[in-house]
Ligand binder design. Structure first.
Ligand code: URA
Length: 216
């Protein structure tokens, strides 16, 4: 796992297996069932990588062969927070790794009058300030929604270094914008694309993630 070239950006190892998964979900001809299936596989990898960064304490157990095994166990509580709607696609992957994990939601939409992102709704666990938070949103484009969501978490008392922002694809400018405000939040991603296009979509990207996962 490398954090180069950006500090606090953890890019999944670019194996052929991962590249194959991205090739399927980026293909415009991939149908929704396959888009969901292969996105879910990437999401599992992102969650597992996020979990790698949590603190552990030594734990010794006795094995079924009556031997001693010196391992570790996780310290600290976690929760997920999805940015509605696309971020909700990542909730199941988190649940599959962390049984009965608490999940909060934040809804941010474009204000039709100002064209700026506006917070419409937040519902978060009461004790979120005591938890490590996995912030879920599959695409980091300009970073506007993610920054607003992170502001909400910090206002609720979550320390930036306890936030892990999980996404499938980032843009370099999204990373830069986001980290100019929150340098201590760890971004866990599977791909860093070349740029944004004139419509602020990631390029090469995959189109609208929420539409492809939920609608098309
Ligand atoms: N959101 C998406 O779904 N796709 C993009 O390319 C950018 C933001």
């Amino acid at each position: 796992m490398s954090s180069e070239p950006h500090k606090n950006v953890f890019l999944l190892p670019q194996t052929n297996q991962l590249l194959g998964l991205y090739t399927i979900i980026r293909d415009r001809d991939t149908k929704r069932p396959d888009f969901i299936f292969y996105s879910d596989r990437i999401i599992r990898l992102l969650v597992e990588e996020g979990l790698n960064h949590l603190p552990v304490t030594p734990r010794t157990v006795e094995t079924a062969t009556n031997q001693i095994f010196r391992g570790v166990s996780f310290l600290g509580k976690i929760c997920g927070v999805s940015i509605v709607r696309a971020g909700e696609s990542m909730e199941q992957g988190l649940r599959e790794c962390c049984r009965s994990v608490r999940i909060g939601k934040i809804l941010i939409q474009r204000d039709e009058e100002t064209a700026l992102p506006k917070l419409f709704y937040e519902k978060l666990p009461d004790d979120i300030a005591d938890r490590y938070v996995f912030l879920l949103d599959p695409m980091l484009a300009t970073g506007g929604s993610a920054m607003m969501a992170t502001d909400v978490l910090i206002k609720r008392g979550v320390k930036p270094e306890r936030i892990f922002f999980l996404n499938l694809i980032c843009s370099p400018e999204g990373i830069e914008n986001y980290h100019s405000k929150f340098p201590n939040v760890k971004i866990v991603t599977g791909a860093i694309d070349a740029c944004l296009d004139e419509n602020k979509y990631l390029a090469p990207g995959l189109g609208d993630f929420g539409d492809r996962y939920y609608c098309i």
